[in-house]
Design a protein around this ligand. Structure first.
Ligand code: DPP
Ligand code: ZN
Length: 845
């Protein structure tokens, strides 16, 4: 496969003024007719006329009405064209019914839909399929289906046809078309300037009852973007469509967002509180792309973080405003540590703005998205809220309608603040998670000195990392627990740097990296007493939570590596947290969660050990049991206090109570043999309670009847049955995980061509640390077997799931050999996709 480099960017030789598309829909033979106005681009040196096109049957091509005979290749076509404006007309035939890759135009349950980001439009017709080529689109759809949708505003329509016109120039990756038997859940929104916008959430018949929350979340997102970023919606209509077969979460096509049904459909009976929160965040995310992504798009795919990092940052601000800001911050860091840190510290490490790729689909990563958002959060901390707002206004004013780069983005901050962001830009160009070590000194004259040293491990992507700008938020506490220095933002730019705090009466206890002010790994020798102190007294909710996880991590690693007993400081601290009614229940639930087992393995490997997944699993079980026993007397009353008596609402308050209730139920089930879980299962009138009870019963080995009953109750609901598949794997014991997953792949409902079902089963196995890494290799071989099977049909989902193997070098030589063998087996498949080839090659290193 060919590698593409950022440094090779050149503009396209032609400007597209206007695109007209006509679709004559037929499942196996859809005709796509295009009429495109091109003119030479005065800013381009390369005047070659190359149009991307993949898997297209060319029927005819014309320039200015004259039949032409372009030179075809598997990637597209080339042709000699006049050095004057001209009209390109072309007719192709495609086969949406057999498009299992779910890129381009495909079918899902009889419905036509599209996914064009990043490079799917070239599977629809010949086109300069690159984000810096922007044009207005007019689309006519001919098809005997009741609902025919595309981007922009409605045009004329009639029996079995409809026209759409999108007045805003856009790149082809934002094109969308949907046709099918769909039902609208309608709404309206009045913009800040008084324009009325028609809203619709389109679903399959039977899903009408799952639309209300999504519609409400959309309206709240539209209002929030007006109020916080001053961004008004810019078309007369905004459509969202739910699709069952979808590779990603959702897609921000202009005026016609297409969603994985799991990311939009919700009802109390079928969706958990976490589902509701995720749906709210994704609806906001895709809506926010209208300005950060669509009106201002990316020059090339290396700049993906320009729209994704910023839009993730914006949706996290939205969630923090809608719900609890500390809980959102902690949840985001849990996710970053679980998904981005392993990527940044393994063979798949790449900068937030990568410099090369073979398949861009492999770069829709936690690094581009979540670290990309962290970089913006740091920038905002460094310049301050007011300058951030000013810089964003300038960004929108200066770049509206353009395809931009990270340089453009940083320039608005430089222009507004006068800062030089040259060094800060390393966050975009260097891979790897910086390690920040800390030393402290106290002199009796009242000066407390913190000395930080940063270093980033070298990687293939960044062999010699340079010091980065690290904003370190620090507060100081007196030994009595009082805060003696409020949060101060230290700006670290050197490899080693000291900061003094003066005029202190006694040696303070530092609270470092408050709010997780930079995506780094803090390395500091901290005593258990100091951690317990911060757990009890820190005024920063993030660091207070982090003290709890650090205590848990330390004791779990001691238990797993050295056979130590559970640390009483952890158990006592947790009992105090549990009983502290002053703390938000959602926050207490987060405090109670143990660090991920894969994360523990990473910490052990970092410290020079070979992690034993089974020992880590046993340590977690032992610690939970010890906590359940120590807290035994207080648990029943706490659990009672978490019962919600009001009608179900997915809001922060109720879902917080249910989250804590779920954590408490997990502890109680270790003591009561499952009595409370059985009771909760029997009475549950919402999915959150039903699923948490079912999970505990499975874990306790007592859920057989409920597993069957759950299936009987929900077999008609694909999204709930996904949960049924996932939960059985997640809650299985390590020795059973692979065989449970294998058995589920033999279930008649294991529709493996559906990405949600595939991920629910095999993704769950990959996420079961001790089960996936079972010493006999059964987890590895089951996943590899299915990846090999899926690759010819759906390379994108296959390639993403290969990442399960990225941490392989952490483990012992037996496991390494087993994983290497599976990766080699995948690599050796004849005709392996470009997507999977690139992933496997990078992981093998
Ligand atoms: N651009 C989509 C999103 O992240 C992914 N295809 O919203
Ligand atoms: Zn996005």
């Amino acid at each position: 496969p060919k590698t593409i480099y950022l440094q090779d960017y050149t503009p396209f030789g032609y400007i597209v003024d206007d695109v007209h598309l006509t679709f004559d829909l037929a499942p196996n033979a859809t005709r796509v007719t295009s009429r495109i106005a091109f003119r030479p681009n005065p800013d381009a040196e390369d005047t070659r006329f190359f149009l991307h096109g993949e898997g297209l049957t060319l029927i005819s091509a014309r320039i200015n009405g004259e039949e032409v005979d372009p030179e075809l290749s598997p990637e597209g076509l080339v042709l000699d064209v006049p050095a004057l404006p001209f009209i390109w007309e072309c007719e192709v035939e495609i086969d949406p019914a057999n498009n299992t890759a779910l890129e381009g135009l495909y079918m899902s349950n009889g419905m036509y839909c599209t996914q064009c980001e990043a490079e799917g439009f070239r599977k629809i017709t010949y086109y300069p399929d690159r984000p810096d080529v922007m044009s207005t689109f007019t689309v006519r759809i001919n098809g005997d289906l009741p609902v025919l949708l595309s981007n922009g505003n409605k045009g004329d329509s009639g029996e079995a046809w409809a026209e759409w016109h999108d007045p805003w120039p856009k790149p082809a990756y934002l094109f969308a078309l949907v046709a099918g038997e769909l039902i609208a859940h309608p709404g309206t929104f009045e913009t800040c300037t008084g324009r009325e916008v028609e809203l619709n959430l389109w679903v399959r018949p039977g899903d009408e009852g799952k639309c209300a929350f999504g519609m409400d979340a959309l309206k709240r997102s539209m209002r929030w973007d007006e109020e916080v970023y001053g961004r008004e919606y810019d078309l007369d209509i905004f459509n969202i469509v739910a699709v069952d077969d979808f590779n990603m979460g959702a897609m921000e096509n202009k005026g016609l967002n297409i969603f994985n049904s799991s990311a939009v459909l919700a009802s109390p009976e079928t969706s958990t509180d976490m589902n509701f929160e995720r749906i709210e965040a994704i609806i906001a995310h895709e809506y926010f792309h209208n300005w950060t992504g669509n009106r201002i798009t990316c020059r090339d795919w290396f700049q993906l973080c320009l729209k994704e990092g910023l839009t993730v940052f914006r949706d996290s601000q939205f969630t923090a405003d809608m719900r609890s800001a500390p809980v959102k911050r902690i949840s985001d860091v849990i996710d970053l540590r679980a998904r981005q840190f392993p990527e940044d510290n393994g063979p798949l490490a790449h900068p937030v703005r990568p410099e090369s790729f073979q398949e861009i689909n492999n770069f829709y990563t936690a690094t581009v998205y979540e670290k990309g958002a962290e970089v913006i959060a740091m920038l905002r901390r460094l310049v301050g809220d007011a300058a951030y707002a000013e810089a964003l206004d300038l960004y929108f004013a200066r770049h509206d309608g353009q395809a931009c780069t990270i340089e453009d983005w940083l320039k608005v901050f430089e222009d507004v603040t006068g800062r030089d962001l040259t060094q800060f830009k390393r966050w975009y160009s260097q891979a790897g998670t910086p390690r920040l070590s800390v030393q402290d000194d106290w002199d009796d004259a009242g000066t407390y000195r913190l000395t930080f040293t940063q270093s980033t491990p070298p990687s293939v992507a960044s062999p010699s990392p340079q010091p980065q700008v690290i904003p370190v938020a620090v507060g100081l506490l007196a030994p009595s627990g009082e805060e003696v220095a409020e949060t101060r933002l230290l700006e670290m730019t050197e490899a080693t740097q000291s900061f003094d705090f003066t005029g202190l009466p006694e040696r303070p206890v530092p609270s470092i990296l408050r709010g997780f002010s930079a995506p780094v790994i803090l390395e500091r020798e901290v005593t258990t007493e100091e951690r317990a102190f911060l757990l009890a007294h820190d005024t920063d909710p993030f660091n207070r939570w982090d003290a709890a996880t650090a205590l848990a991590r330390t004791t779990l690693n001691d238990m797993a590596l050295h056979g130590a007993a559970p640390d009483p400081a952890y158990l006592d601290g947790m009992c105090r947290v549990l009983g502290d009614d002053g703390l938000d229940p959602a926050y207490r639930a987060l405090m109670l969660a143990l660090p991920g087992q894969s994360e523990l393995a990473a910490a052990q490997a970092d410290a020079g050990h070979r992690p034993d997944p089974m020992a880590i699993w046993t340590a977690c079980e032992t610690l939970r049991q010890a906590l359940a026993e120590q807290a035994a007397e207080m648990l029943p009353a706490l659990f009672e206090a978490c019962q919600v008596t009001e009608p179900y609402s997915p809001d922060a308050e109720q879902s917080g109570k249910r989250a804590l209730g779920g954590a408490l139920l997990a502890l109680l089930t270790r003591l009561d043999g499952g009595a409370r879980a059985e009771d909760q299962y029997a009475k549950a009138d919402n999915m959150t309670l039903q699923l948490s009870a079912l999970g505990q019963l499975i874990r306790a080995g007592k859920g057989d009847a409920q597993v069957e009953a759950f299936y009987d109750q929900w077999q008609g609901d694909r999204l709930v049955i996904d949960k049924w598949f996932m939960l059985q794997v997640v809650q299985s014991t390590p020795d059973q995980a692979a065989s449970v997953a294998r058995k589920l792949t033999e279930h008649p409902d294991f529709n493996w061509k559906n990405p949600n079902r595939f991920r629910a089963t095999l993704g769950a196995l990959a996420g079961h640390h001790a089960g996936f890494h079972a010493a006999d290799g059964s987890g590895y071989s089951l996943l590899a077997e299915w990846l090999i099977k899926l690759d010819p049909l759906n390379p994108q989902t296959t390639a993403r799931m290969c990442a399960a193997f990225q941490t392989w070098r952490r483990y012992d030589s037996d496991r390494q050999a087993l994983i290497r063998a599976e990766l080699s087996r995948i690599a050796a498949q004849p005709g392996l996709s470009r997507d999977t080839t690139e992933m496997v090659t990078r992981i093998l290193g």
